[in-house]
Ligand binder design. Structure first.
Ligand code: ASP
Ligand code: MG
Length: 406
């Protein structure tokens, strides 16, 4: 008898009918002799609706109240599931983040979990309850409600699995696993049976929406096996786990894309020590993540610097960077959100040279211009014009034969 954490996303709890289906999944696990913790998202579309409400109430909603508002969607689904389970004769108890005590830092909208008090849950499990926990939320040291960033209930689930030493964490969603690329764009996309934490992390960070990147980071750190499965079918599934010998045989595991990118260029900056720090410090103080960065070689003491941020941060980043640019005597700031990032990912890249060259050649053959490049040991990303996103994904998927069965 072990402990299993099951997480269901918004489409899996979109209405009471679907919540009844979720109840069946939890019961099945319980009847198999396991302790069960269920982590839920809000009903599909609900968090967006709440965000729109906040934005219609004020241009810059107070952050504390914003988190308090957008975390309410999960209260609806967890209590509904518990109502359903109790009515079916199973003891179930729902808990909000503060009731468990999922302690986070104070960074509203993107809080990080610092500690989970396991007492309340352990106590309920001992009584035989199915424990149902609200994803996406926590509480800071001063008892303010915080949220963990969009898609954050994945992270709630993995964090609970780690804290309570669960056997595994099942992430139920509307797709039956992790694919080599988005099947909506490329019909030849193939489901992966297994993928390593590192590859999954790169995929999640470069646009694969199936898991929140932080949940993968956490799974890796605490060695939690994560299964991505379909809520609506028992077939398939992808295991996210430690790398093994078999995985390394394939050069690539996937092609991803991210249209949530905006490019900011600071033109003609006097090239001296401290410039990059001066530019990026105020951004980090506002919690704006910078993704790719390129700095050109300096010409006659001046340089250009280009970087990308998430689209939602573009306006604020632009304002901040324009102020800094004036301060440091740069000529101007240009922004461009007509861009996308395509990436190829695979541990096999470490032992197979030539992946970058092949990627660049494949894009060039289609007349796609590469505006920026960044790499890690197991990933190469290119920023391109947005309208070429689908084409780039398809030709890269074909060029690296990702449709092939291993
Ligand atoms: N409901 C939250 C969101 O839509 C959290 C989640 O679904 O993981 O982002
Ligand atoms: Mg999700």
């Amino acid at each position: 008898m072990g402990l299993v954490v099951q997480k269901f996303g918004g489409t899996s709890v979109a209405n009471v009918e679907k919540i009844k289906n979720v109840a069946q999944k939890a019961i099945r696990e319980k009847e198999a002799g396991n302790d069960v913790i269920v982590v839920l998202s809000a009903m599909a579309g609900e968090t967006n609706r709440l965000i729109d409400l906040a934005q219609s109430a004020a241009e810059n909603p107070d952050e504390r109240e914003y988190d308090s508002l957008i975390s309410t969607g999960e209260q609806v689904t967890i209590s509904l599931l518990s109502i359903v389970l109790n009515a079916m004769g199973y003891r179930a108890r729902s808990f909000l983040g503060f009731q468990v005590k999922i302690l986070t830092d104070k960074a509203y909208k993107k809080a990080r979990i610092s500690m989970i008090d396991t007492d309340v849950i352990a106590h309920e499990l001992k009584k035989g309850s199915i424990v149902v926990v609200a994803g996406f939320q926590g509480v800071d040291e001063e008892n303010n409600i915080t949220t963990l960033g969009r898609g954050g209930s994945d992270t709630s689930a993995v964090a609970l699995a780690a804290a309570l030493n669960a056997e595994r964490c099942d992430i139920f969603t509307d797709v039956d696993g992790v694919y080599t690329t988005d099947p909506n764009i490329c019909s030849r996309a193939r489901r992966l049976d297994r993928v390593s934490y590192d590859e999954m992390l790169e995929m999640a960070m470069t646009g694969a929406k199936v898991l929140q990147p932080r949940s993968v980071e956490m799974a890796k750190k605490y060695d939690v096996p994560v299964y991505v499965k379909s809520t609506f079918s028992d077939e398939g599934g992808t295991l996210v786990t430690k790398e093994d010998a078999e995985m390394e045989r394939e050069v690539l595991s996937g092609v991803t894309y991210d249209r949530d990118q905006a490019k900011i260029t600071v033109v003609h900056i006097p090239d001296k020590p401290g410039i990059a720090a001066t530019l990026f410090t105020p951004l980090s103080e506002r919690n704006i993540s910078v993704d790719m960065i390129i700095q050109n070689v300096s010409l006659q003491g001046y340089t250009d610097l280009t970087f990308t941020v998430s689209k939602k941060d573009m306006k604020e980043a632009q304002k901040i960077v324009e102020a800094t640019a004036r301060e440091i005597g740069a000529k101007k700031v240009e922004v461009d959100d007509d861009v996308a990032k395509v990436s190829v990912i695979g541990v096999g890249m470490i032992s197979h040279p030539g992946v970058a060259a092949k990627m660049f050649k494949t894009l060039a053959d289609e007349g796609i211009n590469i505006q920026m490049i960044s790499t890690s040991e197991i990933k190469i990303s290119c920023v391109i014009q947005r309208k070429y996103t689908e084409l780039a994904v398809m030709v890269l998927h074909d060029a690296f034969h990702l449709e092939r069965k291993s």
